[in-house]
Design a binder for this molecule. Structure first.
Ligand code: ATP
Ligand code: MG
Length: 561
């Protein structure tokens, strides 16, 4: 069974939604959301969250919002907003209505902060960050009340107004919720609601100089949008009591319920925007969309298909605990999709010339082959000429090599050229340094698509490209970016484990001429070599450029074991 036919495993979130729909909770409605912070590009972990949130909404005929959690002006940029929108759509999803921003609700958050102050549930606190952390205590030791906790409602309203008007300096004070400094849950110890930040914001410009904290904003955004099932990752489990406290104490229009699941962690992969940003900033990679990056942009440029990524995500468990998924499982999902959908073509990566002595100079014979061995995808035509290229690794002069081990061309023996003739290697030509320069061969007439006569036994089938009709191409070979299975977990830091051979650029490869018409982002299986994609930005008919997406099978497993 191929991946795309597989049935999605059920999970506890789907079960809860199914039950709520059956019981007509929320009037049978299902509204989910994907709430990224626009402080980096999305990665494969986000893809899981996108597939889950958009997928569940789709499945239950509901809606899924795309909402930017943009409460932190310092680290956020329009570039990230744009890239995230592009990624969600590329993965095949469409958000409900307009894109939303937490900053759309800043007026409401401000009004709700005043609501809390008026009810004696929030206060302006002048403790410095160091003092505040001392007063906060530790997990094992209760905190102490701030000396500013008992300010009057009037004083608090006045100070908060002055915070908003820019009359107070950054760091001078914060607005805190009055919850419980002795709570065993640190999140409940009078958390910060608002900070003074005299920074311009990518959506609201210079309108605000106070910004709500993530914790104050996040749950309320869900309530404003009447999210029915607020799905997030496990680290927010301990924040849920606080979000519920806000819902209890604010005039919110709805009460979303939060459900937490384990983050996706992949072996050999970093899934933290902060660390991915470090790879970009320190120029370890060429950018957020470097094909070695586990960002959606990077994977896309590498040739991972949206369908392959979705198939992988849909097949993952959604559990109450974390865990590490083998990156080979991800690669297999992508490979399965490409195997099913990528047309076949020929490319010689490390060319050596073969001159076919019994073929006329200047003659061109068109060979046709199906674009896909199993599916009806048309044919491709490859010109066959007197001079062709084959891969250096497909030839040997050593006739003692066993036929089982070396199913390629050997001097004095036969091999079949894929979709063309059976040829025999007659002679080798070397340059002055002794390096193999050219192979002289002869074709066996009448063997295109037909078995050769008795006594002629080709060792195998190899690929080839016409030396006179083919085109030259740049091929980029990619390997895993990290040599360590858990680069994130090492003491030395993940940068120590960057694979120095994760990128090899090959110039002067030869492709069948039809490939210059490949569209950027079009994927192919280059016969016997792997899956490749025409680069999204650099490929053109003049400079054909292909990226290796993945090999035909998992060679990494045999490398490490
Ligand atoms: P990072 O640690 O990479 O910065 P984040 O959680 O801070 O991730 P957000 O922009 O807040 O990034 O994430 C948006 C959504 O994606 C959140 O709902 C978050 O729970 C989810 N998400 C982020 N990382 C993962 C992951 N590895 N697996 C599953 N979901 C994730
Ligand atoms: Mg986050």
């Amino acid at each position: 069974m191929s991946n795309s036919d597989s049935i999605r495993p059920t999970n506890f979130v789907r079960d809860i939604i199914q039950k709520d729909v059956n019981d007509n909770v929320h009037g049978g409605k299902v509204i989910t959301r994907f709430p990224p912070e626009p402080n980096g590009y999305l990665h494969v972990g986000h893809a899981k969250s996108i597939c889950l949130n958009f997928g569940l909404a789709e499945e239950f005929g509901g809606q899924c919002n795309l909402r930017f959690d943009d409460t932190n002006p310092g680290k956020e940029e329009q570039e990230f907003v744009d890239s995230i929108k592009e990624d969600v759509q590329w993965l095949g999803f469409q958000w409900s209505g307009e894109v939303r921003y937490a900053s759309d609700y800043f007026d409401t958050f401000y009004a709700w902060a005043i609501h809390l102050i008026k009810n004696g549930k929030a206060y302006v606190c002048d403790l410095s960050p160091e003092q505040a952390s001392e007063y906060r205590g530790w997990a094992t030791q209760p905190g102490k009340d701030s000396p500013f906790r008992d300010r009057s409602v009037e004083e608090n309203l006045d100070l908060f107004e002055r915070m908003k008007n820019g009359e107070l300096d950054e760091g001078a004070c914060v607005l805190r919720a009055k919850v419980d400094m002795t709570s065993p849950n640190m999140n409940m110890r009078d958390p910060i609601l608002y900070r003074i930040r005299k920074e311009s914001h990518h959506q609201t410009g210079g309108k605000w100089c106070i910004y709500p904290s993530y914790d104050f904003a996040h749950g309320q955004e869900d309530a404003i949008e009447e999210i029915t099932h607020s799905i997030c990752t496990l680290e927010f489990q301990d924040h849920r009591p606080l979000y519920d406290w806000f819902l209890d104490n604010l005039p919110v229009p709805s009460r979303p319920h939060q459900y937490e699941f384990g983050r996706l962690n992949l072996s050999y992969t970093i899934t933290s925007k902060r660390k991915l940003k470090q790879l970009v900033d320190e120029k370890v990679v060429a950018g957020w969309d470097d094909p070695r990056m586990p960002t959606v942009h990077g994977m896309r440029r590498r040739g991972f298909t949206a369908r392959g990524i979705r198939n992988f995500c849909d097949g993952l468990p959604v559990a109450k605990s974390g865990g590490v998924v083998d990156v080979a499982q991800f690669e297999a999902a992508v490979r399965d999709d490409l195997n099913e959908n990528a047309p076949r073509a020929m490319c010689v990566l490390d060319p050596v010339k073969v001159v076919i002595s019994n073929m006329e100079e200047g003659a061109v014979e068109q060979m046709t082959a199906p674009a896909h061995p199993q599916r009806e995808m048309g044919t491709h035509t490859m010109p066959f000429t007197r001079e062709i290229y084959i891969d250096r690794a497909d030839f040997s002069e050593d006739s003692s090599l066993s036929r089982k081990k070396f199913k390629r061309l050997v001097l004095g023996e036969w091999v079949r050229l894929r979709s063309a003739y059976v040829i025999k290697a007659d002679e080798v030509i070397r340059d002055a340094s002794g390096e193999l320069q050219e192979i002289r061969a002869s074709l066996v007439p009448g063997t295109v698509g037909i078995n050769p006569p008795e006594g002629i036994k080709p060792r195998g089938v190899i690929h080839w490209v016409s030396a006179t009709e083919g085109k030259q191409a740049t091929i980029r070979l990619y390997d895993r970016l990290f040599l360590n299975e858990a680069p994130d977990a090492t003491d030395e830091g993940f940068l120590k484990y960057v694979n120095p051979e994760s990128l090899k650029v090959l110039e002067g490869c030869w492709i069948e001429p039809g490939l210059i018409d490949a569209q950027p982002e079009q994927s192919f299986q280059f016969e016997r070599e792997g899956y490749f994609v025409a680069d999204r930005f650099d490929h053109s008919a003049e400079h054909p450029t292909f990226n290796k997406t993945i090999g035909l099978r998992d060679t990494w497993a045999s490398k490490t074991n």
